[in-house]
Design a protein around this ligand. Structure first.
Ligand SMILES: Nc1ncnc2c1ncn2[C@@H]1O[C@H](COP(=O)(O)OP(=O)(O)OP(=O)(O)O)[C@@H](O)[C@H]1O
Length: 272
C-alpha cells in the first residue's frame, strides 16, 4: 500500500507526516553474533511504529541503536533530516528521544512526582547551585518544569498517587509512572520497550488507551517493542518484523497478517 508511506491522515484523523527517523543498513554485532543484519526502515512523524519478532530476533538491540545505547558497526541513523553521529545516550535524549525500559527503571524510594521530575533533567539549563539558592532563572525554570509535569500527571490520571513512593505501587501503575517520566522530557520520538509486559488484561487496556492518547494529544511519534500481538495490531500504524536479526516484514498490520514469511516465522508459532 504505497499511500501508507506518504504523508496522510489516518482513518481516525491523526496526521502522519514525513520521515522522522531513518535507519539505513544497520548492522550490529556482539563478537561473533550478528544481532542486526543490514536492516533499513523509517519512522514517520506522528505514527505508532511497532518492532516485533520472536525471542532473540534483535528487537531490543534495535531499540538500543535508536536510543544511542548501542553503536552499529555499519549503517546510518538519520533523525530529523540529519545524519546522527555516534552519541552518548544523554546526547540522544537531548535531541528529543526518550524511552522506557523492559525492566522498570524508577527510583523506588522517591515519590511519583520526583521520579517524573527526573524526566525534565535534559531540559534543565540552570546549574545545581542556582537551583539550590532559588535564583531568578532557576525559579522560573523550576516553575516551567512543574507545569509540564503537572499536565502529564493529570493526563495519565495519577494525581492520587503523586506523593506515593514508587516502590509501594502495583506493577501496572509503575509502568504508567515510567511512561510519565519519559513524557516529561517532551520527546519528539518516544521509545517503549515492552510497555505491556507483565500486565493483566485491564492494565493492558489502560496502557493501550494512554499510548493512543499520548500520540493523539501530544502528537508524539512512538516506536514500541511488544510481544502481545493483539495489542501490536490494534495500536500500530506500521509494523517491522525481525527474525534472527533480519527484517522479514514491514507494513501495515493487515499487510503483516498476510505476510507468509511472518506467519511462518512468528505468528503461527506460540510465543512465551
Ligand atoms: N549485550 C549483548 N552481548 C552479546 N550478545 C547480545 C547482547 N545483546 C543481545 N545479544 C544477542 O543478540 C541477539 C538479539 O538479542 P535481542 O535482545 O536484541 O533480541 P530481542 O528480539 O529483543 O529478544 P527478546 O524478545 O527475547 O527480548 C541475541 O542472539 C542475543 O543473545
Amino acid at each position: 500500500m504505497k499511500d501508507q508511506v506518504e504523508p496522510h491522515v489516518t482513518a481516525d484523523g491523526r496526521r502522519i507526516g514525513g520521515v522522522l527517523m531513518d535507519l539505513r543498513g544497520i548492522t550490529l554485532r556482539f563478537g561473533g553474533v550478528e544481532a542486526i543484519k543490514n536492516i533499513s526502515f523509517d519512522i514517520r512523524e506522528g505514527e505508532i511504529r511497532a518492532i516485533i519478532g520472536p525471542n532473540g530476533a534483535g528487537k531490543s538491540s534495535m531499540l538500543n541503536v535508536i536510543s544511542g545505547f548501542y553503536h552499529p558497526q555499519d549503517g546510518e541513523v538519520w533523525f530529523r533530516g540529519a545524519k546522527r553521529p555516534a552519541m552518548k545516550p544523554f546526547q540522544v535524549a537531548r535531541l528529543g528521544i526518550a524511552r522506557t525500559f523492559q525492566n522498570i527503571a524508577l527510583f523506588d524510594g522517591m515519590s511519583v512526582l520526583d521520579n517524573i521530575m527526573t524526566g525534565r533533567l535534559t531540559h534543565m539549563k540552570t546549574g545545581l547551585l542556582s537551583q539550590m539558592v532559588w535564583a531568578g532563572p532557576a525559579a522560573r525554570e523550576e516553575a516551567e518544569n512543574r507545569a509540564v509535569v503537572e499536565r502529564i500527571i493529570d493526563f495519565l490520571e495519577i494525581q492520587a498517587i503523586r506523593k506515593t513512593p514508587v516502590g509501594r505501587l502495583p506493577y501496572g501503575l509503575k509502568k504508567r509512572v515510567e511512561l510519565a517520566r519519559a513524557l516529561a522530557a517532551e520527546p519528539k520520538l518516544l521509545l517503549l520497550d515492552e510497555p505491556m509486559a507483565g500486565m493483566n488484561v485491564e492494565e493492558k487496556e489502560d496502557m493501550s488507551r494512554f499510548i493512543l492518547d499520548v500520540n493523539d494529544e501530544f502528537g508524539t511519534t512512538i516506536a514500541l517493542i511488544e510481544h502481545d500481538m493483539g495489542v501490536v495490531m490494534d495500536l500500530s500504524d506500521r509494523v517491522v518484523v525481525m527474525d534472527y536479526g533480519r527484517k522479514i516484514g514491514d507494513g501495515t498490520p493487515a499487510e503483516i497478517r498476510a505476510n507468509q514469511e511472518v506467519i511462518d516465522a512468528y505468528l503461527g508459532v506460540a510465543h512465551d
